[in-house]
Design a protein around this ligand. Structure first.
Ligand code: GLA
Length: 389
């Protein structure tokens, strides 16, 4: 954790320099200058869905970070940060066109709900009632079902507050949508701080007992989205245990120690160092696709839990969260069939995801931290991405 804390401070300092350098120059994203530094987000048409719904893209920048967000899926279409020489790259995989997001996106940049990752056989029992939800990953449910939050058009409201700039995204998921009980009202706030941090605050309420587990599915490549393998990226995760899975990637319920396994990222190592070790868990996932049990547990405020660094560009990202789990997915199912926003083909291992969450299949694992939300309660989690170079 010591290293993490230093990295956050270093990251903030670096972003501060970037902010000064950019001060007074015209941002590519435009917008009205805000007295304390931020700029009003700018909205542009991004296309129309088959049912006639218009989709918009929103551009915002602050503290040296530039973000483009779609009203469709709350998708981060691009996130640009400078390298050690001040050169900007989009470090998040995505597409140029709405049609690609609708037809074939493996959750690029999207908001995930109602339930991040898998629920075994799409079934769970809550207060004695059995629920069958939409099954979309073999016999299991993945990321909410076939029409999860990544495929919904969100209401987007821009804001500037003090030195922060951001977007509030709203979606109401009706009772029974994808088989989940209760009308779920969701608000997700994306904030860019004056240090260039990207902060996500998730909130939800329900009118019937239900389960909720929200996350964000950005595919990171800190060298730039079109620059190939991330196996040289250095990663550190503050988790001494992880949740092993079966062949369908459903947790067995065990909390296994990472010590002496390829899953030990407590000391920084490259993603590629152990990815080819013949460990049964790596065979199941075709690489890393597992939930780390974060040592800090659930916290009221975000705590640093993971640091990612690309030695070639010098770009770093530290993730802090209130959540107890982190899904590290090493882009194993990218198979060379998708052409990304930079015009290049994405292949296996060209990006990685670090999804803060409650543990997969929690509704069927009484020993895991609960994902149940009841009327009168408010679901609240926060994750912060801090960038440095
Ligand atoms: C998550 C899952 C992976 C995969 C990706 C999307 O990270 O854990 O198994 O389904 O989403 O392709």
């Amino acid at each position: 954790m010591e290293l993490n804390r230093r990295t956050v401070i270093a990251g903030a300092a670096a972003a501060g320099i970037a902010a000064t350098t950019l001060g007074g120059t015209a941002h590519a994203t435009g917008g009205t200058a805000h007295p304390t530094g931020g700029r009003t987000p700018v909205r542009k048409p991004f296309g129309t869905l088959a049912d006639g719904t218009e989709v918009h893209s929103w551009s915002l920048s602050n503290g040296g970070t530039r973000l483009k967000v779609l009203s469709y899926g709350g998708i981060v279409q691009s996130l640009e940060i400078p390298d050690r020489h001040g050169r900007y790259e989009n470090v998040s995989l995505g597409f140029d066109d709405l049609a690609d997001y609708v037809a074939k996106s493996p959750y690029f940049g999207a908001l995930i709900g109602r339930f991040g990752n898998r629920i075994g056989k799409g079934r769970f029992t809550l207060d004695g009632t059995a629920h069958q939800i939409d099954v979309n990953d073999g016999e299991n449910t993945l990321h909410g079902g076939s029409r999860g939050f990544d495929k919904r058009v969100w209401d987007v409201e821009p804001f500037t507050k003090g030195s922060d700039v951001g977007l509030r995204l709203y979606h109401t998921s009706v009772d029974g949508e994808m088989g989940y009980p209760g009308t779920l009202r969701v608000k997700v706030t994306y904030t860019l701080t004056r240090h260039g941090d990207w902060r996500i605050d998730y909130e939800a309420t329900t009118d019937r007992a239900t389960v909720v587990n929200l996350t964000s599915h950005v595919y990171w490549n800190l060298a730039g989205e079109d620059s190939g393998s991330i196996h040289g990226h250095q990663l550190k995760i503050a988790g001494s245990r992880y949740t092993p899975v079966d062949s369908g990637l459903i947790p067995t319920g065990e909390l296994a120690r990472v010590a002496g396994t390829p899953f030990d990222f407590r000391r920084t190592k490259t993603v590629g160092e152990d990815i080819r070790v013949a460990h049964q868990q790596l065979l199941y996932g075709q690489g890393f696709d597992h939930n780390w049990v974060l040592d800090k547990g659930i916290t009221a405020a975000p705590v640093p839990v993971a640091t990612l660094r690309d030695p070639s560009s010098g770009r770093t990202m530290t993730i802090s969260t209130t959540e107890p789990g982190l899904q590290f997915y090493s882009g194993n199912f990218l198979d060379g069939t998708l052409v990304g926003s930079g015009g290049t083909v994405y292949r296996q291992g060209d990006a990685l995801c670090l999804e803060t969450q409650h543990f997969p299949d929690s509704p069927n694992k009484p020993s895991f931290p609960s994902t149940v939300l009841r009327p009168g309660q408010t679901y609240r989690t926060t994750t912060v991405h801090s960038f440095g170079r």
